[in-house]
Write a protein that binds this ligand. Sequence first.
Ligand code: ATP
Ligand code: MG
Length: 356
Amino acid sequence: MDKVILTGDRPTGRLHIGHYVGSLRSRVELQNKGDYDKFYIMIADVQALTDNWDNPEKVRQNIIEVALDYLSVGIDPSKVTIFIQSGVKGLYQLTCFYMDVVTLARLERNPTIKSELKMRNFGESIPVGFLTYPISQAADITGFDATVIPVGDDQLPMIEQTREIVRSINNIYGDTLYEPKAVLPENEACRRLPGTDGDAKMSKSLGNCIYLADDEETIKKKVMSMYTDPNHIRIEDPGKVEGNTVFTYLDAFVKEDSFEKYLPEFKNLDELKAKYQQGGLGDVKIKKFLFEVLNEELAPVREKRKYYEEHIDEVIAILKKGTEEASAHCDQVVDRLRRNMKINYFDNDDIASNYR
Ligand code: ATP
Ligand code: MG
């Protein structure tokens, strides 16, 4: 079995540091290790339209933004196929067939769908396309025979649902699809980075993000107004580290040499946390440190972005070539499924065999 990696993002906004630690950073590591047969990254515009159907222009604009984000964090189009979901027509066919093996009750039980529905306040008017996007996501994964899916933990229920669909299809039609495996970041803080407001998840839809493309001043402003411990009022007060977003971000971003470079009076994060808990360490100090750490990581990303912004035709060509490549692979999977379903009526004369 080939090792095929697939991940994707919804073009609903620019990518943020939650994406970076949850998925982008490990994509670049995987890419550089080279231990795979194929590596796909999908810009999920069809999925983005399920809750932005009335604002297609937003989705359209963000396709380029997301592509720029990929390239600026170091995704290398000579190693990875970047493509646009809507251009891969085989995916619509797979989605359609998979719909038959999933019940409405199962979709309504999907925990990610449940919380996303609540967040979006659809009330009684839930778009069918939104409710069924886990099925279309199963098509996205299986349509390229993907086996390894690096994601944040909000995606685990989606991968589980995909595995169920694969098992159903294989049971009915014989071995056709591969069961994918989710790969989460080892560092727990990275699996679901909270928003700058302390909300459980940094999310484009919640507006609590530090974007990869934010300039230095913007990052500084966002960091300085971040949620910490509301009871840590004076510097002398003992502070809480758990649920303190600044510390969660430090957990996700601090490197071995960060203290030596930007806060040499402490040796490591454990020492810094202990001091904060004991009292005598102000929020301004930890926020300034976090800003330095973040800025060091994001400055080269901004630089690279500038290059691609000035060479936008290169970006378009990358997307076009990637979408063609991805389509060719997906067509093979569709053919395989149609053959196993025996609905490839015109490939042979089987359909008329009773009459011959
Ligand atoms: P939207 O609000 O439109 O759903 P989003 O910010 O949740 O946007 P997605 O495009 O849905 O972003 O997610 C893309 C990938 O990034 C997924 O693998 C997801 O798990 C991961 N991801 C998104 N937000 C975070 C986060 N805060 N921490 C870790 N990983 C995240
Ligand atoms: Mg999301």
